[in-house]
Design a binder for this molecule. Structure first.
Ligand SMILES: Cc1cc2nc3c(=O)[nH]c(=O)nc-3n(C[C@H](O)[C@H](O)[C@H](O)COP(=O)(O)OP(=O)(O)OC[C@H]3O[C@@H](n4cnc5c(N)ncnc54)[C@H](O)[C@@H]3O)c2cc1C
Length: 372
């Protein structure tokens, strides 16, 4: 599969696959497709990886007891794929997405148990030994989870794609999928048409705005706080080593010493404003876990828009329009699910049977419910 020139009324370059949206899902899919030999164009409304992907904490939280049961197989597979995904990306891009594998310390409720192999309950003594600055006590598990820095992940993916010949059009929102002879033939922006044999909607929280409609995502706001050591605190690396999750807050360390505190889950439309009371509440909740975090300085605050769907499951597969696919709606798990999404979508786009049953995630499930 290679880019070629076709004659319509004039010479038009055409791609095997046009991807709408350059977040972690669109970028990961483009990487996989390019490695399989496809020519790929990403059309992005602003800059790649600056929306939900940029906002994310980056937990690869495959043991979280709140993960939807319907997603168990995809989540487990994606978590297994992560080390290799990151290793290959590092080799190709010479950039590191800061994969951290110390694990997650999870404070869980009486009736909750983590849903993965290798999770084990830990005692207060063990907690004090492995994370001495954590003073909170409770029912605690050590989970074999990892985390990445999604900003670095996005930048590494973009770099490797540009080096491997994937084309980008940035600053151009796609308005609609072009239809020719009853099938998708490319995409239209306000100024241009880009021809493709297949189109994949990876537009995250905005996916529902692209015509023909039928990929019903909605924005679910999440506010985040990043703290750093105050002046005079000369300590290399992060103050804590593990991701820590409590019902009130999660705490995600980065190797450069930053610590992220999250998050809210808000139905607030496309509003990305940050609320000072929420920032204060998250900082205080983290200080209750580890008082030293309360001494840290707020370095950055932001909000991002998770792509939710009507049943909060991803939307993966062909739409009612032949040649038009969706890969979006990853809600709280898009960083975690990127490798397996790229795998199954690339299999579908090559006409192969995907390794996993995508029935619960097909876009057509919403058309069936509404009767049209
Ligand atoms: C605060 C917060 C914390 C999170 N933490 C985690 C976590 O720890 N672990 C995890 O797995 N997930 C986490 N998530 C969820 C994760 O960020 C998302 O599921 C994931 O980023 C979705 O990726 P995406 O590529 O579908 O969407 P996005 O990253 O939003 O990318 C969509 C892209 O499409 C572009 N676009 C939109 N409309 C158009 C258009 N019309 N034309 C062209 N381009 C368009 C956008 O500009 C954007 O670049 C978090 C999210 C938030 C907000």
């Amino acid at each position: 599969m290679h880019p070629r020139l076709l004659h319509y009324n004039r010479i038009v370059k055409t791609w095997d696959v046009v991807i709408v949206g350059g977040g972690v899902i669109g970028l990961s899919l483009a990487w996989r497709l390019r490695r399989d030999g496809a020519s790929v164009l990403i059309v992005e409304k602003s800059e790649p990886a600056r929306e939900a992907t940029y906002a994310a904490a980056g937990m690869v939280a495959h043991c979280d007891p709140h993960n939807p049961p319907a997603l168990a197989a995809l989540i487990a597979a994606s978590a297994r794929m992560y080390p290799e995904f990151v290793r290959e990306l590092r080799e190709e891009s010479f950039e590191s997405p800061d994969l951290r594998t110390a694990g997650t310390i999870a404070f869980v409720g009486e009736d909750e148990s983590p849903g993965c192999a290798g999770a084990r309950a830990i005692t207060d003594d063990e907690l004090a030994r492995i994370e001495p600055l954590v003073s909170l006590r409770g029912r605690t598990y050590l989970l074999p989870e990892s985390s990445v820095d999604p900003r670095k992940l996005g930048s590494a993916l973009e770099k490797t794609l540009r080096h491997s010949g994937v084309d980008f059009v940035t600053g151009s929102p796609v308005n609609e999928v072009a239809v020719l002879a009853g099938r998708a033939a490319g995409v239209r922006t306000a100024k241009s048409f880009y021809a493709g044999d297949a189109v994949v909607n990876c537009a995250g929280a905005w996916a529902s705005m692209i015509k023909p409609f039928g990929v019903p995502t909605r924005p679910v706001k999440g506010q985040m706080v990043c703290v750093v050591p105050g002046p005079g605190a000369h300590r290399p690396g992060p103050l804590i080593q593990h991701v820590i999750r409590t019902p009130e807050v999660y705490i995600v360390p980065r190797s450069d010493g930053r610590i992220l505190l999250g998050s809210t889950v808000e139905e607030a439309g496309f509003d990305k404003r940050v609320d000072p009371d929420t920032v204060q509440r998250l900082h205080q909740a983290a200080a209750n876990v580890a008082p030293a975090i309360g001494e840290m300085r707020i370095h950055e605050v932001w909000a991002g828009l998770r792509p939710g769907s009507p049943d909060d499951l991803p939307i993966l597969g062909p739409t009612a329009l032949p040649g038009y696919f969706a890969a979006t709606g990853h809600y709280r798990d898009g960083i975690l699910l990127a490798p397996v999404t790229a795998l199954v979508m690339s299999q579908l786009l090559r006409g192969r049977k995907p390794d996993f049953d995508l029935q619960p995630f097909l876009p057509l499930r919403f058309a069936a419910k509404s009767g049209g």
